[in-house]
Design a protein around this ligand. Structure first.
Ligand code: GLY
Ligand code: MN
Ligand code: MN
Length: 432
């Protein structure tokens, strides 16, 4: 997969040379780091997971087109931090044409960039940026004499984004696996939750299910929101005790071999929706199903967004939360009081994956191989004014992951219950 990605990426470079550094480790406190996660574009091209490495793609170089600079083997460091692949290993196991210790970058890089006029590099890597800018400055002095050498830095992010929007076979396999593990976890949570438990207990169960599979872990901090916490979109405190008549909104996804699932389910803690919860839930559910049914090649993402807004606005009118003419309410964005995010996003190496949804005024059309989330929601915050109080504090989101196919779509997360009957049945399995 990575070789295929490199070959396709190289074709876009037009004689240029790309320099892609690994993600920079981030300090959490003093000398403790956050869990390291490789930069998605770096991983896409190399499959290499270690920090302190640089990938160079030089399609026009006579001998080496894929060059890696990595941490060398070091027995002492490996005792503290774990095994390193090393210079020989990255050639043998990752397909590099040549590799050097990272400390030799300054000495070796001129061999690869001296004959190109452009460097593809994404600014934003701290002091390393200065090094790349330095190549251009330095070359300004020699270019007048020799007439060659880099004089432009171009951001390759858009190349990556366009390539990554359409998933190839192995990527789809991984997303599929990520969504399967995610589904297992959501199902287990639905079965285990009871009033009296704490949000973090359910979050821990979910995340433990992710960790059980090799190379898999939470793709983002689990949103485990009970009661009115469900109206806070990115609630991650996860420390409240769940009460008898709460809805529990869980937004959680597994990342498997760098590819993500991203699923939300909302269900009653005691296994039975109250009437008010049921009314809001049913509107979100019908909306979500209608939106999924729209997804097929050549439909624009924008159409799905607009449909979500219309259906949810109609639902808000039906419940008496909004009053007036539907079109006018939509035009004035009144729905934003209860639905304030968009209908979904691409999913892949990043949870909110790269890829434009529009090019200027032109919206992107669905194509086979795209993976999207579909996640309408309805949130009535406790400080909402002039509404029927029985809706206060109810938050519902339903999120599935959808693969676009030639003939329409496949819902990768379809086996996690979402109709009211299915949910009440699964919750009842454990309400004894
Ligand atoms: N989990 C973040 C989102 O649904 O977009
Ligand atoms: Mn989500
Ligand atoms: Mn999402």
């Amino acid at each position: 997969m990575h070789k295929q990605n490199r070959d396709r990426f190289a074709k876009r470079l037009n004689g240029g040379v790309a320099i892609i550094p690994a993600a920079i480790p981030t300090i959490r406190t003093h000398n403790m780091e956050y869990t390291y996660r490789q930069n998605s574009n770096f991983y896409y091209l190399t499959g290499f997971e270690e920090p302190n490495s640089i990938c160079v793609i030089a399609p026009s170089h006579p001998k080496h087109q894929f060059i890696m600079f990595v941490q060398p083997r070091d027995r002492d460091r490996e005792i503290w931090d774990g095994k390193r692949v090393g210079v020989d290993g990255v050639i043998e196991n990752f397909g590099a044409d040549v590799a050097f210790p990272i400390s030799e970058f300054d000495k070796k890089i001129p061999d690869y960039i001296n004959k190109t006029d452009r460097i593809y590099y994404t600014l934003g890597n701290g002091p390393f940026d200065q090094k790349i800018i330095g190549f251009i400055k330095q070359n300004r002095q020699t270019r007048s004499a020799k007439g060659i050498g880099p004089n432009t830095i171009i951001d390759p992010s858009e190349f990556f984004a366009e390539m990554r929007v359409i998933k190839i076979e192995e990527e789809i396999r991984r997303v599929r696996r990520a969504t399967e593990i995610t589904a297992d976890a959501h199902l287990a949570a639905m079965r285990m939750t009871r009033p009296g438990m704490y949000e973090y207990e359910i979050a821990a169960l979910i995340e433990s299910i992710y960790h059980k599979t090799e190379k898999s872990y939470p793709g983002y901090r689990t949103i485990l929101a009970s009661g009115q916490n469900a109206t806070i979109l990115h609630y991650i405190d996860n420390n409240r005790q769940i009460e008898e008549n709460d809805l529990v909104l869980i937004d959680s996804g597994c990342e498997y071999k760098y590819y993500n699932g991203d699923v939300t389910r909302t269900f009653p803690a005691n296994g039975k929706f109250t009437d008010a919860q049921r009314e809001i839930y049913q509107i979100v559910l019908e909306t979500q199903i209608a939106l999924i049914n729209m997804i097929k090649p050549r439909i624009t993402i924008d159409k799905v967004n607009k449909r979500a807004i219309r259906l949810l606005t109609e639902g808000m009118i039906k419940l008496g939360l909004l009053e007036g003419d539907t079109n006018k309410l939509i035009e004035d964005k009144k729905y934003q009081k209860f639905y304030m995010h968009s209908v979904g996003h691409m999913l892949g190496l990043d949870v909110h994956d790269v890829g434009k949804t529009a090019d200027g005024d032109e919206y992107r059309k669905f194509e086979p191989g795209m993976v999207m989330t579909v996640e309408p929601g309805f949130y009535v915050s406790t400080d909402s004014q002039n509404i029927d109080p029985r809706y206060l504090g109810i938050g519902v989101r339903i999120e599935d992951n959808v693969l676009v196919t030639e003939s329409g779509n496949e819902v990768l997360t379809g086996r996690i219950p979402k109709t009211i009957d299915e949910i009440e049945q699964v919750c009842a399995e454990n309400q004894t």
